[in-house]
Design a binder for this molecule. Sequence first.
Ligand code: FPP
Length: 239
Amino acid sequence: MSSTTSRTPEHVAIIMDGNGRWATKKGWPRLVGHRKGAERVKAIVRVAPDLGVKWLTIYAFSTENWKRSTEEVIGLMGLFGRYIQREAENMSREGVRMRFIGDRSRLDVKLQDMMRWIEERTKDNTHVNLTVAINYGGRNELTRAARALARQAVETGLDPDMIDDEAVSRVLDTFDIPDPDLVIRTSGETRVSNFLLWQAAYAEYEFTPVLWPDFTPEVFAEILGRYGARDRRFGGVGT
Ligand code: FPP
């Protein structure tokens, strides 16, 4: 995989949808779809830098996903832990920097420890940045940001009139991550589902009917090609 488009998005965010349907169609438990989905994550992270993508942010578990069966929630949490464990060596070798966004406080403490551990272990890697959203919701993130700013106003005398876009960005989970250029959603759904509400203000969106477990590097490359043909004006009139 070597071709890059004329204009490649530096940061691609992905709503990985369709694992459950993929498995059900084959008569398998939903968790088999999530396991296959995790393999896809690995393949897409590996190919991303070759396609010119330096930043990948993936939606692995939303603040709404707790409503799923206990079996599925526990299965997904186990999968995240195993991914960190199994991929730590590969990520170090391949220069992947791993981060997490979302409210960690509700996660199992052992998983929280592993998340901190892999972030620390990969913090000097620069080849590609993988950010995984776990217990993430855009509204929840903005609510926590509002609390942080209110706390600063009370505790350090921050002047409310000094709060601008930059100040808000600085207290989001993504404070050290650029905004996404492109958001991809798989499985034919055309909703935003509370993903990166602030950060995707000027992002392009691409929707594909492909279910996440079938999302190959070739499908990824084709979508990036479509993005390359777009004209982004950021609210201006263009050239
Ligand atoms: C959406 O498909 C998928 C999820 C909620 C989980 C995403 C998780 C993975 C791809 C697993 C691995 C991730 C990492 C980082 C190891 P769905 O279950 O909503 O599918 P459906 O709409 O067909 O039911």
